[in-house]
Design a protein around this ligand. Structure first.
Ligand SMILES: *Cc1c(COP(=O)(O)O)cnc(C)c1O
Length: 433
C-alpha cells in the first residue's frame, strides 16, 4: 500500500475549505474512489507527491505538459520574463509574437484573441459566431466538453459525466433551449437537427477528435460531411482544439484530417502549463470582436507576460522539432497496441482508441464511437484498475471518460514499465469478480 498520510491530511483540510477539497471536480477521485494524491513537484515523466511517492505521469496536467514536466526551454523563458513584472494590463510585444506563431502553425486562424482558459475561448467563440450570423442557437455533440460556460453544460462529457450530472444545476431553461445536442459520429442525426432549425444555428462546435468521453475518433468522412453541411447552411464551424491543438500535429486535428474550420479554440498546450486560451479564425469573423466589432470580450490578465513567455517557448520548440510528433506517435502506438494485446491475452478484448499521442483503454469489448458506447464500460473494474496502476507508480486520469496524454518524456523503458503494470493491474481489477 502507498503511504498517503500527508495527502490524506491535506485532503481532509481542503474539504473544509474548498468544495469537495478540489478546484476542479475530476481531481476528487469520485468515480474511482479513494482520496486524491497531492502533488509536490515534477520533472520530466515523473511526479512526486507530498509523501514522497513517485509516479510516471500519463495525464500531464490533462494535456499541457507535452514536453514532460519542467522542460528547460519553457522554464528558462519564464525565468527570463519574471524580473520584468507579472502584469501590465497594456499591450506587449510577445502577444503579437504568439499570435504570429499561432497563425503560422494553424493556418485557418487569420486573427486570434488570447484569453486565460479553454472555457473562455469556447464561450467567446460562440458569442462571436452568434454576433457574426445574427442567429441564436448552437449545436454540440453529446459527450463533447467545451469548458464550463452555461451553454455547454448540456450533455457535457468528462467531469460532468463522471459525477453523473451531465446537466448542471444553475443553468437556466432559456440557455438550454439554445443548445442543440446530437450524438457524435451520427451524420443522419446531425442532418435532421440542422433541417429542423433552418437559419437558426449560429455555430456547430465539436472536438474534432474527442478526448472528453475517453478518446473517440471521427469516422471516415464525418468531418468532411460536417464541413460541407456548415458551408451549405451558413453555420460557423468551430473546432475545439483545446486538447488536440499542437498535439495531434503542429496544426492540430485540422491539419491531421485536412479540414479547414471557420473558427478554432485553443488552450492547454498553448500556455505551457500557465493559464492561456485562445480563439481565432477567419479575419471577417474575428473582426466582429471589440474594439473593431460589436461583440464584447475582454480580460484583465489576457496575454499575461509570463503566460505568453511559457506558451511561446513551448510552441516554438514544437514548431522547430517536428520529429517530436513522430516520436509521440510511436511511443503512444506502443502503449495503446500493448494495452490492447494484454487485454486480449487476458480474454478481456477491451477496446483501445488512439489518435497520435492520445488514447483510451475502454473497459468494454464493443467499439466506442460515441457517448452511449462509452457508457457501456465496466466502471467499477476501471476504478480497481486505476488504483492498481497508482500502486505501481502509474498516474492515470481518475476517470474512464478521459484520454491519456503522452509526453515526449516517456521513454521505451517507461513504456515497458507501463505495460507490465497494465497486465498486473488488469488481472487485479478482475480478480474480485
Ligand atoms: C479542457 C478543455 C476545455 C476547457 O478548458 P479549461 O482551460 O479547462 O477551461 C475546453 N474544451 C476542451 C476540448 C477541453 O479539453
Amino acid at each position: 500500500m502507498l503511504n498517503q498520510t500527508t495527502s490524506d491530511a491535506l485532503f481532509t483540510q481542503a474539504k473544509d475549505l474548498i468544495p469537495g477539497g478540489v478546484n476542479s471536480p475530476v481531481r476528487a477521485f469520485r468515480s474511482v474512489g479513494g482520496t486524491p494524491v497531492f502533488m509536490q513537484s515534477a520533472a520530466g515523466a515523473w511526479l512526486t507527491d507530498v509523501d514522497g511517492n513517485r509516479y510516471v505521469d500519463f495525464i500531464n496536467s490533462w494535456g499541457p505538459m507535452i514536453l514532460g514536466h519542467a522542460p528547460a526551454v519553457v522554464l528558462d523563458a519564464v525565468r527570463a520574463a519574471l524580473p520584468h513584472s507579472l502584469s501590465f494590463g497594456a499591450p506587449t510585444r510577445r502577444e503579437s509574437e504568439l499570435a504570429q506563431l499561432i497563425t503560422e502553425m494553424v493556418p485557418s486562424i487569420e486573427k486570434v484573441r488570447l484569453v486565460n482558459s479553454g472555457t473562455e475561448a469556447c464561450m467567446s467563440a460562440i458569442r462571436v459566431a452568434r454576433g457574426y450570423t445574427g442567429r441564436s442557437k448552437i449545436l454540440k455533440f453529446e459527450g463533447c466538453y467545451h469548458g464550463h460556460a452555461d451553454a455547454f453544460l448540456i450533455a457535457a462529457g468528462s467531469g460532468a459525466l463522471t459525477l453523473g450530472t451531465p446537466d448542471s444545476a444553475g443553468v437556466t431553461a432559456g440557455v438550454a433551449q439554445d443548445t442543440l445536442t446530437v450524438p457524435y459520429n451520427d451524420l443522419p442525426a446531425l442532418q435532421a437537427a440542422v433541417a429542423a432549425n433552418p437559419s437558426q444555428i449560429a455555430a456547430i462546435i465539436l472536438e474534432p477528435v474527442v478526448g472528453n468521453m475517453g478518446l473517440v475518433v471521427p469516422q471516415e468522412g464525418y468531418l468532411q460531411a460536417l464541413r460541407a453541411l456548415c458551408t451549405e447552411h451558413g453555420i460557423v464551424l468551430i473546432f475545439d482544439e483545446v486538447m488536440t491543438g499542437f498535439r495531434l500535429a503542429p496544426g492540430g486535428a485540422q491539419e491531421l484530417f485536412g479540414i479547414v474550420p471557420d473558427m478554432t479554440t485553443l488552450g492547454k498546450i498553448i500556455g505551457g502549463g500557465l493559464p492561456v486560451g485562445a480563439y481565432g479564425g477567419r479575419a471577417d469573423i474575428m473582426n466582429q470582436v471589440a474594439p473593431v466589432g460589436k461583440v464584447y470580450q475582454a480580460g484583465t490578465l489576457s496575454g499575461n507576460p509570463l503566460a505568453t513567455a511559457a506558451g511561446l517557448a513551448q510552441l516554438r520548440h514544437l514548431q522547430q522539432h517536428p520529429e517530436l510528433y513522430a516520436q509521440l506517435d510511436a511511443t503512444t502506438a506502443h502503449l495503446a497496441d500493448g494495452s490492447r494485446q494484454i487485454a486480449q491475452e487476458l480474454g478481456l478484448n477491451y477496446t483501445v482508441n488512439r489518435v497520435g499521442s492520445m488514447f483510451s483503454l475502454f473497459f468494454t469489448a464493443a467499439p466506442v464511437n460515441n457517448l452511449e458506447d462509452a457508457k457501456q464500460c465496466d466502471l467499477p473494474a476501471f476504478g480497481r484498475y486505476f488504483h492498481a496502476m497508482l500502486e505501481r507508480g502509474i498516474y492515470l486520469a481518475p476517470s474512464q471518460f478521459e484520454a491519456l496524454f503522452i509526453s515526449t518524456a516517456i521513454t521505451d523503458e517507461l513504456v515497458d514499465k507501463y505495460l507490465t503494470a497494465c497486465r498486473e493491474s488488469l488481472v487485479e481489477a478482475h480478480r474480485a469478480e
